[in-house]
Design a protein around this ligand. Structure first.
Ligand code: SAH
Length: 270
């Protein structure tokens, strides 16, 4: 007989971006056997339907301008649920450890003595470029890639970004609302105005849209795009023109691909 376990296990699961089929098999199995599910805003609703009917479903996302639940409340909730349930799934868009605050939640669980597992997810930082036909590394064009958040693009940080962009593909999450600032900062730090840039909005959904340009033109060109969006800066961004493959007018199972982002749910990048 298994020893009696006082508390359940929390699974920090990455849901992947956009298309609900981009979750891992392990992630989907965790949802299908969940007693409770705590989910974020960028998680596709179809994935919630995969949980058993009896499972408790709790929304922990933040709506623009308001806060559904503070981070500390979410962490307390996970601990609380683990005392009541065998299997608690904490579901996040993309990967739980890439700007997902999964690390903080795992630390809280560890301190509380609660068992957890991390189920990595496909991060939008690589999936959005892939869905736009942009390889983040490419022979002779990019030896690596760097992922940063546009939320903290303070002017004094931009010299580092320019250096990173010279050596690698620079991928900016949560940056759409600051695109002009970001492009301007990189130009001010010596990047060429001709540096290719692509912005991919709502990747892997029926509303996906990619806009290409240069550091000089991108702010103007991408001004109409909706969040969530991923910004790709560097030589590889130009490959989009030759490798674009994802046709939103010809998507099998188009219903599945409807963006989960209703208009009041999409200000993460602002
Ligand atoms: N943990 C997530 C990132 C959370 S931060 C991950 O690994 O993907 C949220 C940011 O991710 C958004 O502001 C946007 O920059 C990016 N993002 C999430 N979903 C996206 C999508 N479908 N298309 C483009 N970018 C997306």
């Amino acid at each position: 007989m298994r020893p009696h376990k006082r508390t359940g296990t929390v699974y920090l699961v990455g849901a992947g971006p956009g298309d609900p089929e981009l979750i891992t098999v392990r992630g989907l199995n965790a949802i299908r056997t969940a007693d409770a599910l705590v989910y974020d805003r960028l998680v596709h609703p179809a994935l919630l339907d995969e949980a058993p009917a009896r499972a408790e479903r709790i929304y922990a996302g933040k709506a623009p301008g308001s806060v559904a639940m503070e981070q500390a409340d979410i962490e307390r909730l996970l601990v609380h649920l683990a005392h009541r349930h065998e299997r608690v799934v904490r579901l996040k868009g993309g990967d739980p450890f890439v700007f997902g605050r999964g690390g903080e939640e795992a630390l809280t669980l560890r301190e509380a003595g609660i068992a957890f597992e991390i189920v990595p997810g496909i991060s939008s930082s690589i999936a959005a470029p892939a869905y736009a036909g942009i390889p983040v590394t490419h022979r002779e064009r990019a030896r690596g890639f760097t992922v940063v958040t546009g939320h903290t693009c303070r002017p004094d940080e931009m010299p580092d970004w320019a250096a990173l962009a010279r050596a690698t593909t620079l991928i900016v999450l949560m940056g759409l609302g600051r695109l002009r600032e970001i492009a301007g900062g990189l130009l001010a730090n010596g990047l060429s105005a001709e540096t290719p840039v692509a912005v991919i909005s709502r990747a892997a959904t029926a509303q996906q849209e990619t806009v290409g340009g240069t550091l000089a033109t991108i702010a103007e060109r991408a001004a109409h795009l909706a969040s969530p969006a991923t910004i790709v800066i560097g030589e590889v961004a130009a490959i989009h023109e030759r490798l674009a493959w994802y046709d939103t007018s010809d998507t099998a199972g188009i219903e599945r691909m409807r963006a989960p982002f209703s208009d009041h749910l999409v200000a993460l990048s602002a």
